[in-house]
Design a protein around this ligand. Sequence first.
Ligand SMILES: Nc1ncnc2c1ncn2[C@@H]1O[C@H](COP(=O)(O)OP(=O)(O)O)[C@@H](O)[C@H]1O
Ligand SMILES: [Mg+2]
Length: 269
Amino acid sequence: MTRGRRAAEREPSPDGAATGPVLLALAGVSRVHGTGPTAVHALDDVDLRVRMGELVAVMGPSGSGKSTLLNLAGGLDTPTSGRVTLGRDVLSDVSATERAALRRRRVGYVFQDLNLIPALTAAENVALPRELDGVRARAARKEALAALDDVGLADLADRFPEEMSGGQQQRVAIARALVGPRRLVLADEPTGALDSHTGEAVMRLLRARVDAGAAGLLVTHEPRFAAWADRTVYLRDGVVVDASRDDDAEDLLVGAAAGAAGEDPTWDD
Ligand SMILES: Nc1ncnc2c1ncn2[C@@H]1O[C@H](COP(=O)(O)OP(=O)(O)O)[C@@H](O)[C@H]1O
Ligand SMILES: [Mg+2]
């Protein structure tokens, strides 16, 4: 897999690879559902690193483990074995409460089934994660309106999800994932319900956030969207069957980069 069209237009690094610190690392990660003969190996011994400034596309047939991978990366699920590291934190080593807080602060997630709250307007849906994170209501609304404006929905801020089309709802979900300073953006087929024009606009937003320093994982079935990523990881039956350029620069792990000063360069929080 070659570098994406958008990636190729950006400033090239000497070896053509993303060079930021590793923000997300999966090491030997497996996820088994159930036990015994009916056990499903949704993910089997997956290694993956995503750097700041890097957008990685995840492709593979239905049931290959793409959503499982994203859920583990975002701390919504914990692995049966292996380690998921986000910044300096091993997600399986922290309590569920702490994991939820980390997720809220650091991870923007566009779910395959959107998960908008029907009783809240578009602006309220987008503002909610910020308010949960302690941002005052007025400031959170302001951020939400800006995020909705970014996805072209400024005029629909006070509509409820059921008053919007599927594509509009999807853009609200994307605004909710991109609002605030979150550094890991996980998108599970975010372009699924969008026409190609809007799909491109969504990719531009994702790409811009990643270029501004976030790390991104994008599940997509469409090569033209995967082309916006720096590289593509292919899954089949829970196994990575092809990962272009997943290099091994341990020295660039976030913790190592922080050095003796003990600073964590990764987060705004
Ligand atoms: N909660 C669950 N319980 C049992 N099996 C599951 C569960 N979640 C996912 N699976 C199974 O794990 C495999 C991978 O699922 P998933 O990650 O959703 O794949 P994809 O997103 O690539 O379509 C599938 O066989 C699916 O049926
Ligand atoms: Mg899926």
